[in-house]
Design a protein around this ligand. Structure first.
Ligand code: TXA
Ligand code: MG
Length: 343
């Protein structure tokens, strides 16, 4: 089907004039909530407006992931990144040295900056990167948007380093591929979490550990060690403070309810609906925002628990159920991440 359809459109950006046209078109798609595959110096990314929950939900749908991994938000530079995260002096030093480039920083997320909570999978931290690729830079600047982008491959496949890899993996799940030629670095970015004056290597990648250590003047910590030293510090899953009960068709009066599909939620005192139309993309877009809101209400009203309606386990429902299960799991046994996976 993908072969005969007009999608994906692959726009060549080999000359400055072609690049300008291609980026303008891509920026228009981003601003209408669509997905665009963009080249970066590491690998191609599947980009969407990081301030638009539905656009971000479409990324997960196109990748066919059975879970919501937090995404990297791509920005033009340090100044733009400051809108979304807080930089400690150490984080600032690392960014100043390696941006733009193949380095991602995981930093405390600013709560009120208008980013989709789905992009960071509900976490208090956010992964940010200023890519060096001129086309990625141009797309960010012309769309005026921070771009959430995982690698532009279907879940379980390897990261694409050429436009045709993206087409072969995603087919018509992406409307437009900006063709910037082969990725110069070819492996994903190095991910470093900076927590005050500690720097932790979460994923090795395009910038060597030694290069970062030369700038920080000390060894990067590793999550394997920290897992023992500081349990909980590397939580990779959102967990509400209130107790979470899953697959609840009829909530109690002392619960906050997160409904799905047509449901008035009675007798629950507060009700949020993931999608009253029963649409799973809409439900994914609302998931973390509703969990956060329900958690705040539960604590303000002294409610006993948050009850969540059954969500069909198909399409994005699989990822929604995966995250709900993790959020409902007892603390401490599911929060540690080792090395980051490469999906
Ligand atoms: O080079 C790259 O990093 C490419 C290009 C497109 O920028 N992107 C990429 O994204 O590799 P992705 O989604 O395939 O991998 C991002 C990794 C995931 O393993 C995710 O768990 C981790 O970053 N990550 C994102 N936000 C995080 C956070 N707040 N805390 C810890 N890990 C995070
Ligand atoms: Mg990936």
């Amino acid at each position: 089907m993908a072969k005969n359809s007009l999608r994906p459109e692959i726009l060549d950006a080999a000359t400055p004039a072609a690049a300008a046209l291609a980026v303008e078109r891509a920026a228009a798609l981003i601003n209408s909530g669509e997905l665009v595959a963009m080249p970066t110096e590491t690998v191609y990314g599947l980009a969407a407006d990081a301030t638009d929950d539905r656009a971000v939900a479409r990324i997960y749908e196109a990748k066919g992931r059975p879970s919501f991994n937090p995404l990297i938000v791509h920005v033009a530079d340090l100044k733009m990144a400051r809108r979304y995260v807080d930089f400690s002096p150490l984080a600032e030093k690392i960014a100043a040295e390696f941006w733009p480039g193949p380095l991602t920083l995981v930093l405390p997320r600013k709560g009120d900056a208008g980013l989709s909570l789905l992009a960071s999978a509900g976490l208090e931290t956010l992964a940010v990167r200023a890519p060096a690729s001129p086309l990625a830079q141009a797309l960010i600047r012309i769309s005026g948007k921070p771009l959430a982008a995982p690698s532009a491959n279907r879940s379980g496949s390897i990261s694409p380093t050429r436009a045709d890899h993206v087409r072969d993996s995603l087919g018509d799940r992406v409307g437009l591929i900006l063709d910037g030629g082969p990725s110069a670095v070819g492996v994903e970015s190095t991910i470093v979490k900076v927590d005050g004056d500690r720097a932790i290597l979460l994923r090795p990648g395009g910038v060597a550990r030694e290069a970062i250590e030369r700038v920080t003047g000390r060894r990067l910590e590793t999550p394997e060690r920290l897992g023992v030293e500081a349990p909980g510090m590397l939580e990779s899953h959102y967990a509400p403070k209130a107790r979470l009960k899953l697959n609840v068709a009829k909530p109690g009066a002392d619960e906050a309810y997160i409904a799905f599909g047509k449901h008035d939620g009675a007798p629950a005192r507060v009700v949020y609906n993931l999608s009253d139309r029963g649409d799973l993309v809409e439900a994914a877009a609302n998931l973390f925002a509703h969990l956060h809101a329900a958690d705040r209400m539960a604590s303000a009203l002294g409610l006993y628990a948050i009850a969540v309606a059954p969500v069909p386990n198909e399409g994005l429902g699989e990822a929604i159920n995966d995250r709900l299960k993790r959020a409902a799991a007892p603390r401490g046994n599911d929060g540690k991440t080792g090395r980051q996976d490469s999906a």
